[in-house]
Write a protein that binds this ligand. Structure first.
Ligand code: 87F
Length: 471
């Protein structure tokens, strides 16, 4: 049958794999760590792209496309940040039967692909700011257990790379996922940059934090390495200040984990490619054609109002089967039209998130559906935020920290901001569940009373920081 075998709160890992496959988001592929993104996924990714692309265009950021392949010379150029990642780089060594003279790397990220050309294109201050973005795939040959969307060897993302003349110029809401915005620690930041900011989500079922998107101030590090210089107004030589930022298809996995339930996917209306599914409920001697016409008219008026609506007229499935099918695929709102609805010139709307049923008069259809979709979007966010907040534990001492970690919490603690203390926390929390690391120090810092001690070292605390196990 259609029902899921696994329960979200019982065996989360199996539940997740079953949902992403049965909701037709993913098909497993014969190469480990690689997944087929089916149309139901691509439609979500396209909705997110539409929103994000419009936003970056407002900031005069232009899209481009650089090659997938990286010549070894430039990849090694940025030694200190690549060395940690080197094992993940995939290489092309042959074409046909013949070995390549020089192996070619497949981009794991595109700094080393793009920046030699930034150096070539940026000559004078009039060439700045240069603000480019690309929507592409990247390959990172990871070995820790692969998870659809969350950890795959190839994924889609956008990567933005901007260059400015001065540092000053270089410094949430679709997926209904509550996130914490903050700064990464020195240990967790992108080694190639000055500092990293990120938006951190949390998966209550596993008690793990997960990075939703990231942004780096690169300072002049890459400009030094790739000679991205320019002549300023006074004819003096200047070196560019750069940022880079990204978010990827990993966010789709977070959405599944956060909003999904035991009936399957739950899609926030903003990213749902089908927001309303209309299902005819014919009855043996009722006016079947009249019901079908009412369904078509309902889809037409919703579509005209900019709502993404579809009817399911398949005659080889029962209404009940269709209800389960579209619930599994996470469609936010179902509209049923049966003989009674037809007679009363109304439709029956059923919400996916809380199964609430509402009879809507046909002549008030569009307004009430719009209102319900907005309400579903907001209540998904509110429910997720409430659940996430219930997982946050503020601690002051090491014992409280260890206890909270054992309860799979996201921990908020005063920290002395010393790197070796963070290294020590990771060492002391090593275990089969993985070590605990700092997630971010929120921009929105609560008051830190004078004399507050660091939870781990007992030294004077400098900032409040979130800690937890992570993906
Ligand atoms: O996050 C971003 C935002 C977008 C542009 N890239 C930066 C930093 C990527 C960090 N990174 C991540 N995995 C890697 C894997 C292999 C080689 C290099 C890297 C690597 O530099």
């Amino acid at each position: 049958g259609l029902g899921l075998v696994n329960r979200k709160d019982e065996n989360f890992g199996e539940w997740y794999s079953e949902v992403v496959v049965n909701a037709e988001l993913i098909e497993y592929y014969d190469i480990s760590g690689c997944y087929i993104l089916r149309p139901w996924t691509m439609a979500i990714w396209e909705e997110m792209q539409k929103f994000f692309d419009a936003e970056i265009k407002k900031m005069d950021i232009q899209n481009c496309y650089f090659p997938l392949f990286v010549s070894p010379g430039v990849l090694q150029k940025e030694k200190d940040h690549v060395e940690g990642f080197a094992p993940e780089v995939a290489w092309v060594t042959k074409s046909g039967e013949s070995e390549l003279e020089v192996p070619i790397a497949i981009r794991p990220t595109s700094e080393t692909v793009m920046y030699p050309y930034y150096s070539k294109w940026i000559r004078g201050h009039r060439d700045l700011p240069l603000k480019l973005n690309q929507w592409c795939n990247v390959v990172r040959w990871e070995f820790s257990h692969p998870t659809p969307f969350i950890r795959s060897r190839e994924f889609l993302w956008q990567e933005g790379h901007t260059a400015f003349a001065t540092k000053a110029e270089a410094d949430e809401e679709y997926l209904a996922i509550p996130v914490i915005k903050g700064k990464k620690s020195e240990l967790e930041k992108f080694a190639g940059g000055l500092y990293t900011t990120s938006v951190e989500a949390f998966v209550p079922n596993t008690g793990r934090g997960i990075q939703g998107a990231t942004s780096h101030c690169l300072g002049q590090n890459f400009a030094k390495m790739f000679e991205i210089n320019f002549e300023n107004e006074k004819g003096e030589k200047g070196m560019a200040w750069q940022n880079s930022w990204a978010y990827s298809t990993r966010t789709i996995g977070v959405m599944v984990m956060v909003h999904g339930d035991d009936k399957g996917l739950v899609l926030p209306p903003k990213v749902a490619s089908v927001q309303v599914i209309v299902i005819p409920v014919p009855y043996k001697d009722a006016d079947t054609q009249g019901i079908y016409d009412a369904c078509s008219a309902t889809v037409a008026s919703l579509t005209e109002a900019g709502i993404r609506a579809k009817a399911d007229f398949r005659d080889n499935y029962s209404p009940g089967w269709k209800y389960s099918h579209w619930e599994l695929k996470g469609v936010p709102l179902r509209i049923e039209i049966g003989p009674k609805d037809l007679a009363n010139n109304q439709v029956r709307a059923v919400r996916r998130d809380n199964s609430a049923k509402t009879d809507i008069p046909r002549d008030n259809l569009v307004d009430q559906v719009k209102e319900m979709l907005d309400n579903i979007q907001q209540s998904l966010f509110d429910a997720a935020k409430q659940k996430r907040d219930a997982c946050i534990q503020t601690v002051k001492t090491w014992d409280e920290f260890v206890e909270a970690l054992s309860q799979r919490k996201m921990i908020f603690a005063p920290w002395c901001d010393e790197e070796e203390v963070e290294v020590d926390v990771k060492a002391r929390t090593k275990g089969e569940m993985g070590a605990c690391k700092s997630l971010c120090s929120p921009f929105d810092q609560p008051e830190l009373p004078e004399g507050t001690k660091c939870f781990a070292s007992g030294k004077p605390a400098k900032k409040w920081t979130y800690w937890g196990r992570s993906y």
